[in-house]
Design a protein around this ligand. Structure first.
Ligand SMILES: Cc1cc2nc3c(=O)[nH]c(=O)nc-3n(C[C@H](O)[C@H](O)[C@H](O)COP(=O)(O)OP(=O)(O)OC[C@H]3O[C@@H](n4cnc5c(N)ncnc54)[C@H](O)[C@@H]3O)c2cc1C
Length: 475
């Protein structure tokens, strides 16, 4: 069946919605095809019923009142990067917040208010105008909304913590259309849940963050080692990062080298390990800190040097264009010892050799502020025991290739299962089912608390297009 042949059966929601002032798009409207595109191109296989493009919080409230009165589940689109494609499900009523794009920075109080449609590149640009930063993720087109509500990790997490650790408040519309604020004093339980529990509790229209002084100068780049050296380099990283300053962020990528002119021809099409350091400490110490990484082997390429924060936090954009097909699986690791390294390299060796596709296994170093400065139970976001985060992220274009990449990703999960912790960062993996969701927040008590808060704010589970926390039932 072609994706469009299901259109006539979609609900029309002809009476949508009293007081809604934004544009409303159904499948045959001009602009619908563009509006439905999200990061994961697999959502093109199904068609949402209606996309309500909200202009402000009143639109969000009007849309939610409409849905609530009819008991309709709603999906929410921020930056559209959610790997599960929950932002644009087939047949759904979608609240699209991508038009709500204002950011304001107060350099005196070092606070930032950003609307829920803002993407990371915009947040970085606005804060850097004042020499400030909010720690977030590593790709500029990712939305602040989904990223923050899940936790938020990136190059600066060892120095400034997760994004939720810098979150001061959320402005939220409840499922029945009320405007509320959540911070440490007002609705503190809700604020706790919004820091890691995802889009389960209401629709957030704006976030307030604490910003930190940074840049514009930082030291970053990529150090590429040939596949034969990957095991030796990777197995030394745990000890090195345990001793590294918080100002050093480190991502690593295992992949098959694309035919880039910067790489020698002998490397093209061969497995490589790429270290992606970002050092934000004093410039005079940078050389020594980076050398400890480059001396782990004999790199075939080393681009690390002084640059800007804005260039650093967009350097990965080119490998993740919008609209390709993908799946993301991942989890936390306590260590990066030999058995883990062997499993990672075995999975790289098995990557589908399909022209025009790009598969990576990424491993990020935690530690420092994200691991040590905020207690496990202080937010819903779980981090306990995690020193590393792994994720596999194949990207391809043809529907016919779905099965082979899903199979590779499943096998990667299985290979790493013995070393993967039960808790995880929910945003950098697809949903792995009910048992996984119960463990992902780090303890049964935290899951129970989330389910109870869900029961208060969304008892009918209208917000279910997400990594869903079912409302607790009273026992
Ligand atoms: C290429 C790529 C790179 C990534 N890099 C990083 C990274 O470096 N660091 C990191 O931490 N994560 C990263 N992620 C994961 C990312 O944080 C999540 O995918 C996140 O959900 C994206 O948020 P979004 O608003 O763009 O996505 P969307 O798909 O729009 O939203 C995801 C989900 O969040 C919820 N949601 C969104 N907006 C709202 C709202 N206003 N109110 C309530 N609920 C809402 C909904 O449940 C929605 O389904 C990356 C993902 C991709 C695809």
């Amino acid at each position: 069946m072609s994706p469009t042949s299901s259109i006539p059966t979609l609900p029309a929601y002809d009476d949508f919605a009293d007081g809604f002032r934004g544009s409303v798009l159904r499948s045959r409207d001009d602009g619908f095809e563009d509006a439905r595109v999200v990061f994961n191109g697999r959502t093109a296989d199904t068609t949402p019923a209606l996309i309500a493009r909200c202009t402000d919080k009143d639109d969000v409230a009007a849309a939610l009142r409409y849905a609530s009165a009819r008991d309709l589940p709603v999906a929410v689109r921020g930056g559209g990067h959610g790997a599960d494609g929950h932002a644009m499900p087939g047949g759904a009523l979608v609240l699209d917040l991508s038009g709500m794009r204002e950011t304001s920075v107060d350099p005196q109080t070092r606070t930032v208010r950003a609307q829920a449609g803002v993407v990371l590149g915009e947040l970085d640009a606005a804060t850097q105008e004042h020499g400030l930063v909010v720690p977030s993720g590593t790709v500029t087109t990712t939305g602040i909304a989904g990223l923050t509500l899940g936790g938020g990790i990136g190059h600066l997490m060892r120095r400034f913590g997760a994004t939720v650790d810098s979150l001061l408040a959320c402005e939220m519309i409840t499922v029945d259309g009320r405007k509320v604020r959540a911070d440490e004093k007002e609705n503190p339980d809700l604020f706790w849940a919004l820091r890691g529990g995802g889009g389960n509790f209401g629709v957030v229209t704006a976030f307030e963050y604490r910003a930190h002084p940074l840049g514009p100068g930082v030291v970053s780049g990529q150090i590429v080692f040939p596949g034969e050296q990957a095991a030796a380099v990777l197995s030394k990283l745990h000890a090195l990062m345990a001793d590294a300053p918080r100002e050093l962020g480190l991502g690593t990528t295992l992949t098959v080298a694309p035919p880039l002119p910067e790489l020698t021809e002998a490397t093209h099409g061969k497995p490589v390990l790429i270290l992606i350091p970002c050092y934000t400490g004093p410039l005079q110490n940078a050389e020594e800190v980076i050398e400890r990484l480059s001396m782990l082997g004999t790199p075939v390429l080393n681009t690390v040097g002084p640059t800007t924060w804005l260039a650093t936090n967009s350097m990965l954009d080119a490998i993740v264009p919008y609209g390709r097909r993908t799946t993301i699986r991942g989890g936390y690791l306590a260590t990066l010892d030999q058995p883990v390294v062997d499993a990672l390299l075995e999975r790289l060796a098995d990557v589908p050799d399909t022209p025009g596709t790009m598969s990576t296994i990424n491993v990020w170093s935690l530690g420092g502020a994200i691991s040590e400065d905020v207690g496990e139970d202080a937010t819903a976001f779980s981090r306990t025991g995690a020193s590393w985060l792994w994720e596999c992220a194949p990207v391809w274009t043809e529907r016919d290739h779905d099965a082979q990449f899903d199979k590779w990703a499943d096998a990667t999960v299985s290979a790493l299962r013995p070393y993967t912790l039960p808790n995880a960062y929910t945003n950098l993996t697809q949903d792995m089912g009910e048992a996984w969701r119960r463990g992902v927040f780090g303890s049964e008590a935290k899951y129970r608390r989330l389910a109870e808060i869900k029961a208060v704010w969304d008892p009918r589970n209208l917000l279910r297009h997400n990594k869903n926390i079912a409302p607790a039932t009273v026992e």
